[in-house]
Design a protein around this ligand. Sequence first.
Ligand code: SAH
Length: 231
Amino acid sequence: MRQPGRGKEQPVNGASTAMEALRWHMVEKQLKARGIADPRVLEAMSRIPREEFVPERFRREAYADEPISIGHGQTISQPYITALMAQTLELKGHEKVLEVGAGSGYHAAVLGALAAEVITLEIIPELAELARRNLAGAGYDRNVRVVCGDGSLGYPETAPYDAISVAAGAPATPDQLLAQLAGDGRMVVPVGSYDEQKLMVFVKAGDALTSRVATYCRFVPLRGGGGWNAR
Ligand code: SAH
């Protein structure tokens, strides 16, 4: 396993490396202070080395309160958004989760720490490869599988899912994804225009479907058959 710069880093706030200190600070100031309260989400994000999922040149910014470019016009979301999305899914540990938009693989690693199994789809082949490499490098590939392909219409091969997390902005409620949710499943998805979306949380309870807006946000566009390409 890669251990970037360990050795050279100074202990801060009782953490054993500077990166661990920055991670602790991120959890306190960006997550807890803004209302992220699910102890499992906080624990996972206290543990997962986000610096191993950002490009080498942005390693110092790994815990900054903003999205970071991962190439190909795509970004890894701000830590707070990753935490909020994970929290809305109310994962307990037994779930099978579908993620649409693997990107760097960081969010999939968080979901993998919270659920039993994660299948994450990525439409850009180079990023699918990056996600695989990052997940394996950081040691979070045990229960996370990266599939290269269009996930805007879901992934029927392993449906139904207890939870679905969509990391790119959809032009409309993705009904095909909702159809792949289990009877008591939950889905979090940004829905709206190209530039601004509502982060929607859908909850299935038998035949009933409820939704709420978790926040306003700005994600990269969802591509593919159920995304902006189909318009
Ligand atoms: N969850 C990621 C952030 C992803 S950014 C992380 O933690 O790093 C959104 C990603 O969705 C981009 O990598 C983009 O290529 C991908 N994407 C966009 N449309 C997609 C689609 N239809 N199917 C699969 N991936 C898609």
